[in-house]
Design a protein around this ligand. Structure first.
Ligand code: ASP
Ligand code: MG
Length: 410
């Protein structure tokens, strides 16, 4: 007998009909002889609806009350799904985060899980029940309800799977697995049977939206086998694991991620001396703005140019900060561009193969796509380009690295 954690996202539980379909799937898995814990999100659109209500009422609602409000979405789903299971003759019990005892810190709206008391769930499972847990929520040491950040139900599922030493954590969603790239952008995109945590983490942080980044980190840290599957059609999905296949056919590049969510900033003519990078970037981080791709270049006359990207929504705030920096350091000025896209190729095979980045640059050049910034890690090469060419770039790279077919470039 296996212990399996299922997680269903908002779309999968978006209507009563869909909740019934989830109940069918859960029933079948339990009748097959497994212990099942189900983690659910709020019905699709519900979290946004609740956010909307709060913002109608107040510009700065109390963060504690915000979490009380947002946690209700998941509470609705656990009750409805439990009822649907009862209707099928399956003993099921719903639990909120605090009933399980998912202990978090007190950072409302972005709380981190600190400890999970798995005993309550274990004793329910021992009595033959399916346990239906509200995702995205926990309880702090003072008993306050907390939430884990948008998309946080994935993290709940993985954390529960780790705490229960589950055999697998299955994330059911509206796509049937992790793809080489987004099929809406590239027709030839192909579902991957397997991918490593490392690769998944890079893909997620470079723009792939299949899984919440934190849930992948967590799964990797505790080595929880994670599988992404469709809640609408049967199939093997994509398994995310620690082990790297010793497979000669293993592709060098596993996937291509992209995002339009960033903007580029350039600070020109900064006097070049020790501490420049800190002088430019510390004020940015103090303003709570996260920086991504960073490039520093030697300019003329002992000056240096600094380029980096930030989330698009943070661009105006970053410009304000940088105008102050320019004045203080006597730099030449700030330029900004929010019409950029970031495209990344990711693959553990890049570690052992030379020339992968060069191949990427050649493929982009062949399509006349200009590269503005480049950054690399051991298993990733990322370029910043004009957003108008993003889709073209993704398709060009998908074909250059032969990701569509069964044959892989070596
Ligand atoms: N309901 C929450 C959200 O929409 C959590 C989740 O769906 O995972 O972000
Ligand atoms: Mg979700």
């Amino acid at each position: 007998m296996s212990l399996i954690v299922h997680k269903y996202g908002g779309t999968s539980v978006g209507t009563i009909e869909r909740i019934e379909a989830v109940a069918d799937r859960v029933s079948a898995a339990q009748r097959a002889g497994n212990d099942i814990v189900v983690v659910v999100s709020a019905m699709s659109g519900e979290t946004n609806r609740l956010l909307g209500l709060a913002s109608e009422l107040s510009e700065r609602p109390s963060s504690r009350e915000m979490d009380v409000l947002l946690s209700t979405g998941e509470q609705v789903t656990i009750a409805l799904l439990s009822m649907a299971l009862h209707k099928r003759g399956i003993p099921a019990v719903s639990m909120t985060g605090s009933q399980v005892k998912i202990e978090t810190d007190s950072a409302f709206s972005k709380a981190r899980i600190e400890r999970i008391d798995a005993d309550n769930i274990r004793s329910e499972l021992a009595q033959g029940r399916v346990v239906v847990v509200a995702g995205f929520q926990g309880v702090d040491p003072k008993g306050n309800i907390t939430t884990l950040g948008r998309g946080g139900s994935d993290t709940t599922a993985v954390a529960l799977a780790a705490a229960l030493s589950a055999d697998e954590c299955q994330i059911y969603t509206d796509v049937d697995g992790v793809y080489t790239t987004d099929p809406r952008v590239c027709e030839g995109a192909r579902r991957l049977d397997k991918i490593t945590f490392e690769e998944m983490l890079e893909l997620a942080s470079q723009g792939s939206k299949v899984l919440q980044i934190r849930s992948v980190e967590f799964a990797g840290k505790y080595n929880v086998p994670l599988r992404v599957l469709s809640s609408f059609k049967d199939g093997p999905g994509t398994l995310i694991t620690l082990d790297q296949e010793e497979d000669m056919e293993k592709p060098i590049v596993s996937g291509i991620a992209f995002t339009r969510d960033e903007a580029k900033l350039v600070v020109r003519g900064v006097p070049d001396q020790p501490g420049v990078a800190a002088n430019v970037l510390v004020p940015i981080s103090e303003a709570n703005i996260e920086v991504d791709v960073i490039v520093q270049n030697q300019g003329i006359n002992n000056t240096t140019d600094f380029s980096f990207t930030v989330a698009r929504r943070d661009m105006e705030a970053a410009i304000d900060v940088l105008n102050g920096v320019v004045e203080r350091l006597g730099a030449a000025g700030v330029e900004s561009d929010d019409r950029i896209a970031k495209v990344s190729i990711v693959g553990v095979g890049m570690r052992s193969h030379a020339g992968v980045a060069a191949k990427m640059f050649s493929a982009l050049a062949a399509d006349n796509i200009n590269i503005q910034l480049i950054t690399t890690s051991e298993i990733k090469t990322c370029v910043v380009i004009d957003e108008r060419y993003m889709e073209l770039a993704v398709r060009a790279l998908h074909s250059a690295f032969e990701l569509s077919g069964s044959k892989h470039s070596v």
